[in-house]
Unconditional design. Sequence first.
Length: 154
Amino acid sequence: MQGSEDSWAAAMKEAESPADRDRALWAKCFAESEGDEQRAKAAYMRAKVAGSTPPSAAAAAEEPPAAQPRKKRLLPWWGWVLLAPVIAIGGLMLIGALMPNNPDRDARWRAQDAVKLCWSEQGRKSLDASTARFVAGACEKMERDYEARWGRKP
């Protein structure tokens, strides 16, 4: 225990004498104590007895952790701009290829398109009044047939 007490006494004597202090260690302890000389002396003594720099000064003395390396992107922004439509078109093609062939669905779509085409033709301005009425009657009949077969309006 005597050796430990002697080291404390020697550390105190060194901390009290500015000429005997380790300048680098004193500067760290003084900075850590935020300019309070009494606290700096206490930190200096603890560091001398421990044989190393104080824990907080040791952490400050270490190099800061290296900055995280920047993650490399898979594609630059313009690559995504070019790739997005290609992926979308490919996805739609895949959906179309995997969609089952359904003749009833196809017939319903064709009938629905025929009714829409009939009404667009009836709306032409080049038709005279009697022809427009005839076409309107045909379009109405097509709608009734569609409703009778599919159970809903086109």
